[in-house]
Design a protein around this ligand. Structure first.
Ligand code: MC0
Length: 142
């Protein structure tokens, strides 16, 4: 049911500084930058590898303000690992299955994620303390 690790989301105070650090330290490259008002973040995706149905990435997240999910996370815990995101083939089917097992869905329906993806979050308290995201990638051009 899970295709791959799509990305790891890392909360940071300064996106440009953190991008420079990851590029210099790990030799990864930014393939996308977006502002996602609905999620309260500006973010960058740095490509790591290609997998079934899509790539895998490091996602760097800077909050748009203190009263956002990442803003609150930084205030409480400081910079660091914010969430892990798994690629799924069909996000609505995955939400139905996982929600049906008793895990709280933080989104009633899929939302817009980075690079044209559809995403949905699972409550960290129901996933062993790990904020977990499901990601369905758009079809690849043939
Ligand atoms: C909060 N908690 C976490 C956590 N954030 N645990 C693990 N990882 C995290 N990232 C824990 C808190 O410590 C607390 O536990 C409990 O969850 C409730 O947290 P809270 O601080 O009282 O509540 P809120 O209001 O901050 O809500 C937390 C929640 C929220 C996870 C529900 O942040 C949320 O809905 N997140 C989903 C959306 C999101 O994160 N968007 C930003 C990335 P204790 O034990 O202290 O009670 S957007 C993104 O990534 C997109 C662009 C993409 O991938 O394409």
């Amino acid at each position: 049911m899970l295709l791959r690790i799509d990305h790891v989301g890392i909360a940071c105070e300064n996106l440009d500084e953190k991008i420079a650090y990851y590029e210099a330290t790990f030799g990864v490259t930014v393939v996308s930058r977006e502002v996602n008002e609905e999620q309260g973040v500006k973010e960058a995706m740095l490509h790591v590898a290609d997998g079934e149905g899509g790539g895998s990435y490091i996602q760097l997240l800077e909050p748009l303000g203190p009263d956002t999910p990442v803003g609150k996370f930084l205030a409480k815990r400081g910079e660091g690992l914010h969430h892990i995101a798994y690629g799924v083939p069909d996000i609505e089917a995955a939400m139905e299955r996982i929600g049906g097992s008793g895990v709280r869905l933080l989104d009633e329906r899929p939302r817009h994620g980075a690079m044209g993806t559809s995403i949905a979050f699972l409550h960290p308290k129901d996933v062993g303390g790990v904020l977990t995201e499901l990601v369905e990638s758009p079809p690849r051009p043939s």
